[in-house]
Ligand binder design. Structure first.
Ligand code: CMC
Length: 433
């Protein structure tokens, strides 16, 4: 294998080193391109072929449908691990010992209290506000109430490491409270802090669903399913929201501010917002008589803006391993809960048709993680506009781990280049003249 790439520009040759990752991925290191060529840059809209960093957190091979967190396969983690174990793994690099996990959970619980003034901010949102907008705003507002310094500071490294750890457990402690409060406020329920004797996932469900003056009964099917969904969402290397978190953090903005921007990036229907869009699409197809062929034709018609939501992925060009796990889980959960949801049949019909349709086969468009997740969330009793919020909750460890890695490696500020295509120099003339 060659260890350099040669690029010829205007008859002159330039050599660039090739970096090789632990899974033999190769990248041409063009960081010196501009300097040695006297101003030539690269262009890659949507960063379809641009590596922004070297990272030791998540490996995915889109051709083979492989996803691993810190070397552990997603299948194994989804079936055997606890979400908090996975969070620790993603953030700190290794699985925790029992003592480390217990301490981590204790620290998260201790840091889960949210300042009372946050309730006032929550109260000020109109009832129709989207939960993702609320969550992003409240996460940003946390900065005002937790002004600790989480900068990685060379001068007092131990102190800044401690401040960073404190902010990590605060994010994992407080954001579930904000998520569940957002849900409760929308549904006219009094705000709850939940129960510190419970596991992390169990507590999220109790905070969300506990009815006033009624005992709360835990449903192990729902706990298991949510644990699995959160693990499947936990990280996905340099996707839109994670790149956002890293790039915001690269300016040395704090962890809360960076996560808040990640939540906003996740909101869009092409990214995490697809789970809401999928369910709305399936409902619309059902309301329109369940004619999946009509919607397949719309998705293929280039003059129609309709896309089959939950299909296609920037990186997976064979299958999304998370979608495989989720499809089985959707069947299990609906079965165990005794829920009959006609939109599951519509989803399965669409999938079957797409998998044998040349348009989808040629473009290698397969169901992604969001195709079936909404059906599970709905069976759990979670409303459609909260689906992406649940995704955000699962993605927290990934965002934190990537942010921490970026700061510990002292990565430079993110600042892409461009090719300017606007007007050339012209002279200003005011309308006031
Ligand atoms: N329905 C119909 N056509 C599609 C779809 C779709 N869902 N997705 C892609 N295509 C077509 C697209 O029109 C293009 O066709 P052509 O080559 O003829 O112009 C071709 O497939 C390539 O698509 P692209 O938009 O260039 O691919 P991309 O890598 O830029 O976009 C995507 C990836 C996920 C944004 C896109 O597939 C999409 O919009 N899917 C629907 C939204 C969705 O489910 N998003 C969730 C992604 S997984 C969750 C997460 O974010 O982690």
């Amino acid at each position: 294998m060659s260890d350099k790439a040669t690029i010829e520009i205007n008859g002159k040759k330039y050599d660039f080193p090739i970096l090789v990752g632990t899974e033999n991925e190769q990248a041409i290191d063009i960081s010196k391109l501009r300097a040695i060529t006297g101003g030539v840059t690269t262009i890659d809209p949507g960063f379809k072929n641009t590596g922004s960093c070297e990272s030791g957190i998540t490996f995915l091979d889109g051709e083979k449908g492989i996803l691993r967190y810190r070397g552990y396969s997603i299948e194994e983690l989804a079936n055997k691990a606890d979400f908090l174990e996975v969070a620790f793994l993603l953030i700190f690099g290794e699985l925790p010992t029992k003592e480390e996990l217990d301490q981590f959970h204790e620290d998260i619980k201790e840091n889960s209290i949210v300042d009372d003034d946050i309730r006032k901010i929550l109260d000020a949102f109109p009832k129709a506000a989207h939960p993702m907008g609320i969550l992003s705003s409240l996460t940003s507002a946390l900065t005002a109430f937790n002004p600790s310094n989480d900068q990685i500071n060379n001068i007092d490294y131990e102190r800044s490491k401690k401040a960073l750890y404190d902010n990590i457990v605060k994010v994992l402690g407080k954001i579930p409270v904000l998520v569940t409060w957002t849900y409760r406020k929308k549904h006219g329920l009094p705000l709850e802090y939940g129960d510190n004797s419970l596991g992390y996932v169990e507590n999220i469900l109790k905070m969300m669903f506990k009815k006033p003056n009624k005992d709360y009964e835990e449903n192990p099917v729902i706990v298991k399913a949510l644990n699995k969904l959160l693990i499947l969402h936990a990280d996905h290397e340099q996707n839109c929201s994670t790149s956002t978190v890293r790039i915001v953090g690269s300016s040395h903005a704090g962890l809360f501010a960076s996560i808040s921007s990640g939540i906003s990036a996740l909101w869009g229907p092409l990214h995490g917002g697809a789970n809401q869009a999928v369910l709305e699409m399936l409902e619309a197809i059902k309301a329109d008589g369940g004619d999946t062929k009509k919607y397949m034709a719309k998705a293929k018609d280039k003059s129609d803006p309709f896309r089959l939501m939950g299909f296609g992925h920037r990186v997976y060009k064979n299958f999304d391993p998370r979608a495989k796990i989720i499809k089985v889980t959707a069947d299990e959960v609906l079965n165990d809960l005794g829920v009959e949801d006609p939109i599951l049949d519509i989803a399965k019909d669409l999938e079957k048709e797409a998998l044998s349709d040349p348009y989808f086969v040629d473009r290698r468009l397969y169901p992604n993680v969001d195709f079936y997740s909404g059906i599970i969330y709905r069976a759990m009793g979670i409303p459609v506009d909260m689906f992406t919020v649940m995704f955000a909750l699962g993605r927290l460890p990934g965002w934190i781990g990537q942010w921490r890695e970026m700061r510990l490696k002292k990565e430079p500020i993110g600042r892409p280049r461009q090719i300017y295509t606007g007007p050339n120099h012209r002279t200003f003339k005011s309308v006031m003249d």
